[in-house]
Design a protein around this ligand. Structure first.
Ligand code: IPE
Ligand code: MG
Length: 215
């Protein structure tokens, strides 16, 4: 969900306002995914590298995540959205972690859409962690055996990854899981990314011919 900072800058606003606008952009996309019958949606909210931002920006982000869990995501339980967080859980402030885990518990029985929120997530950190767990377990040292030790083994590999804000890189997102993902890149900044563009990205994806290395 990239481009919050540039969205704010273009309007002469504080970066926190960009993150607020970004947080508000999530619900319409989740709702559209659900209405279109998408079974699983993962969003990248905060990376293992984002802690390096200024203390003010990190504090604002934690506050906005908590507000978002309260305001936007809590209602999703009734809409059938099962929400789970993917990433490290040892660095978030306790008061935020409690809200996150409360939301997971509250939505555990929801079945229409599985929403994964990558938070304090980094693909490399996840791979190293999985390797450590797999070694402790003593195998099996296979792709399937390895995948059992990812943060959320039940999360399906993404079919499509949408990258907003004109950046043409992966930025450490679902490195293992995206091995055969299709990509759509858009110039649109995340706060401006709405249901129409989401739908057109899915239509673009539907035209792709996936061969997974075969013919
Ligand atoms: C993405 O927006 C949100 C987070 C990383 C938390 P950015 O803050 O990276 O926005 P830009 O890249 O500065 O526009
Ligand atoms: Mg960015």
């Amino acid at each position: 969900m990239d481009g919050n900072g540039r969205w704010a800058e273009a309007r002469g606003l504080d970066v926190a306002e960009g993150h607020r606008a970004g947080a508000r952009a999530l619900h319409p996309i989740v709702k559209t995914a659900k209405d279109l019958g998408v079974g699983s949606l993962a969003v990248y909210a905060f990376s293992t590298e984002n802690w390096a931002r200024s203390a003010d920006e990190v504090a604002a982000l934690m506050q906005i995540f908590a507000e978002t869990v309260d305001r936007e995501l809590a209602g999703l339980a009734e809409e059938g959205v099962h929400t789970q967080f993917v990433g490290r859980r040892d660095r978030a402030p306790d008061w935020l972690l409690e809200k996150m885990e409360g939301l997971e518990r509250a939505t555990v029985a929801a079945r229409r859409l599985h929403l994964w929120i990558a938070f304090d997530y980094g693909g490399r950190a996840e791979i190293v962690e999985a390797a450590r767990h797999l070694a402790n377990a003593g195998g099996p040292f296979t792709e399937e055996g390895f995948a059992q030790h990812l943060y959320a083994p039940e999360m399906p590999d993404p079919d499509l990854v949408i990258r907003t804000s004109g950046e043409l890189r992966l930025s450490n997102f679902l490195l293992w899981q995206s091995a055969y993902a299709e990509y759509v890149f858009t110039e649109t900044l995340w706060p401006d990314f709405g249901p129409d563009e989401f739908r057109s990205a899915l239509e673009d994806y539907a035209q792709r011919r996936r061969r997974f290395g075969g013919r």
